[in-house]
Every structure is written in C-alpha cells, then in structure tokens.
Design a protein around this ligand. Structure first.
Ligand SMILES: [Fe+2]
Ligand SMILES: [Zn+2]
Length: 358
C-alpha cells in the first residue's frame, strides 16, 4: 500500500478521547534509538527510505501508544508525546510606548556581568534598540561586541565600516547630508539583522541620530491601508550598493512576511533603491503604496531623535528598526564606526547567558 501525507490514523484511548494522527508524521516522529541519533538527539530515520507503509497494529493504553508498522519496525510513544504543543518560538517584540527612550547600559558591565548582559539583551529583543554607553573610543572597539553578540556579520566594503565626511565615500553617509530612515545593505538578499553604530568622536554640530520602529509603523499601515500593504509585500524592488571594487544587488519586496503573516523584514532605503521599469504595470501601483508609506514614515510617533555622543553605541535590530541621521551643520571632527551582527546569534546568547546565570 502506498501512503500519502494526508493519511490519518485514528487512536482511541481506553479511558476515552481519541486522536487523529497523520500516519507519516507518526512514523517520522518515532523516538526509538534506531530512529534518532542518541548522542545528538537528531533524527536518523529518513522518510525517503520508505516506499510504502501502514500500521499493522495499534495498542493504546493509559501510558502510551505502541505501533507495529508493516515493515516490521515498532514505535512506542509516551502519552505525553501527544500533549506537547510543538509551537514555534513566539516573538516577544512590542511597539514603543509614547514616552519610550532606548535603554542605556554601561559598556564595561555589559561585557563582564552575565546577568546585566542578559537583562540588556532581553530588553533589546523586545524594543529592538539599545544604547551602550561609556565605551572606549578606540578604533575597532566594535570587535569586542562579539563576546555578547556573536561573530561579526561581514559584508563587502569593510569589516568595520567607517563613516566620516569623505569626498571619495561610496555612500551618502560619507557626506554631511541628512539621511532619511533606512536600513543598511538592502542590496543583500539577507541584509544584516543587527547593526551597531559606535561613535568614536562627535564634535560636529547637527547630525542627530534618528531611529524609527518600522514594524510598529507597518502594523498601523496594514490596518489603515491593507491593499497598499499587500502591494508592498509582493512587488520586487531593486536595491544596489557598489563602488569600484564591490557590487551588491538584490531585487526584493519592501516587506517580507513570515509564514504566520507577521512582518519579518522591512527593507527600506531611499538611497539604495534603483530605478524601476516604468513599463511594468506594477510600478504605478507600487509607487502609490510606497508614497503613502514614505509619508507615514517621516511623520510617525514611532520615531526618536537624539545626539549620539562619543563613547556611545547605538544597537538596532535592523530588520525592524530603521536608522537615520539629521544633516551635519558644522565641520567639527566626527567619526562613526559600524559593524553588523545577526539577530539569531543574539537570541542564542540570551539562552546561553540564562543557563550560566542560574
Ligand atoms: Fe546606515
Ligand atoms: Zn523507531
């Protein structure tokens, strides 16, 4: 007999209650030592080796379920196996309150005190932003953040990026112009998911840092403009960042949703967005939605502006939080470095820190 993934087994518990269990799921989930790698708890059994299967015999008692399979294999499942909810990890982010300001944490304590670092990271996972203060102002101090944030996510151009006013710079950040809210490297299919901006020296007037909770803006936008939101999830937009030695390019929608329909990546960069094909009928529709969203972004309660002083690091969850800079209005010394990390590694760090802290 051949089976399809939708075949169901009906199991009746002697004390009452029944379950409908997908047959292939049940075979694939067998917890026995032949079907798992005991040392690593990984799955060893591979469905691809199965051409046909059926359950010859089912024995359910109060403790669990025994299944005799047609190929001779036998599985035993504790009853609790069917009571687990197998839920995907839930996101814990929350939109900023009206009086929200980024949490501020001391660099030295963040580096050396596990409990303190765990508290900072928990807050970061909720709010998407942190300020680490009293950091050294030496070149490449950002390398030290690997201890808490995991390996640096390298991209082209530089491992640690330098942002100074520079007539040869490859990016508008190297001018004194203001930078509207954006995230970096929209020109990568997977842009860096965390960015740390470290101010080494800031004696120039103006140039306030700005941050904007992009996911919170998009939630409201989705409620107020559902059709436009949908367009921004579907129409691919070209982004490019390049210089003489580097060429990065991605053509992706502005909004990416996860399988639960939640925003998982907001890709927004006026400066890196490339010219779209005006002949494509989607372009006019896209531009209408993009215009509405862009107007919303410049005028939202979900943005903050503050001066980033020397020795301060601004950390942003950059698939969610957009950052920007007001125009620099004097020529004083100003040197910012930035580096990228990955959100998965930071979530992992919280788990590890909690383990070490108990
Ligand atoms: Fe940037
Ligand atoms: Zn097994």
């Amino acid at each position: 007999m051949t089976v399809s993934g939708s075949d169901l087994l009906e199991v009746r518990w002697p004390s009452g209650g029944e379950l409908s269990i997908p047959l292939l799921w049940l075979r694939d989930s067998c917890p026995c030592p032949d079907c798992r790698v005991e040392q690593t708890q990984e799955k060893h059994f591979h469905l691809a080796n199965l051409t046909s299967i059926s359950a010859v015999k089912l024995d359910a008692d109060e403790q669990g379920l025994c299944v005799q399979w047609s190929d001779g294999h036998k599985s035993y499942f504790e009853r609790s196996f069917f009571e687990s909810d197998y839920a995907l990890p839930q996101r814990t982010w929350r939109a900023w309150s009206d009086d929200f300001l980024p949490g501020r944490y001391d660099f030295e304590a963040f580096q050396t005190n596990n409990g303190y670092a765990a508290q900072a990271i928990s807050e970061f996972l909720e709010t998407g932003v942190l300020i680490i203060e009293n950091a050294p102002t030496e070149d490449k101090t950002l390398e030290l953040m690997s201890k808490r944030f995991g390996p640096i996510r390298e991209v082209l151009f530089e491992r640690i990026h330098n942002v100074k006013v520079d007539p040869k710079g490859y990016n508008v950040a190297h001018t004194s112009l203001g930078l509207p809210p954006h995230n970096d490297f929209a020109s990568y299919s997977w842009p860096p998911s965390v960015q740390v901006l470290h101010m080494l020296g800031n004696e120039a007037a103006g140039g306030n840092s700005t941050i904007c909770d992009g996911w919170a803006v998009l939630e409201d936008f989705r409620r107020d403009h559902p059709q436009e939101f949908d367009v921004l999830c579907k129409v691919a937009v070209p982004f490019r960042e390049f210089d003489e030695d580097n060429e990065t390019y991605a053509c992706e929608p502005i909004i990416t949703l996860n399988p639960r329909g939640q925003v998982s990546l907001f890709r927004y960069s006026n400066q890196l967005m490339q010219i779209m094909d005006f002949r494509d009928p989607d372009t006019a529709v896209f531009y209408d939605a993009y215009h509405k969203l862009s107007r919303t972004l410049v005028n939202t309660k979900f943005s903050r502006s503050f001066r980033l002083n020397s020795g301060e690091m601004l950390v942003v969850a950059s698939h969610r939080i957009l950052h920007g800079r007001e125009a620099i209005t004097s020529s004083g010394y100003r040197h910012l470095q930035d580096a990228y990390f990955e959100h998965d590694n930071i979530r992992n760090m919280l788990t590890v820190l909690k383990r070490s802290h108990v």
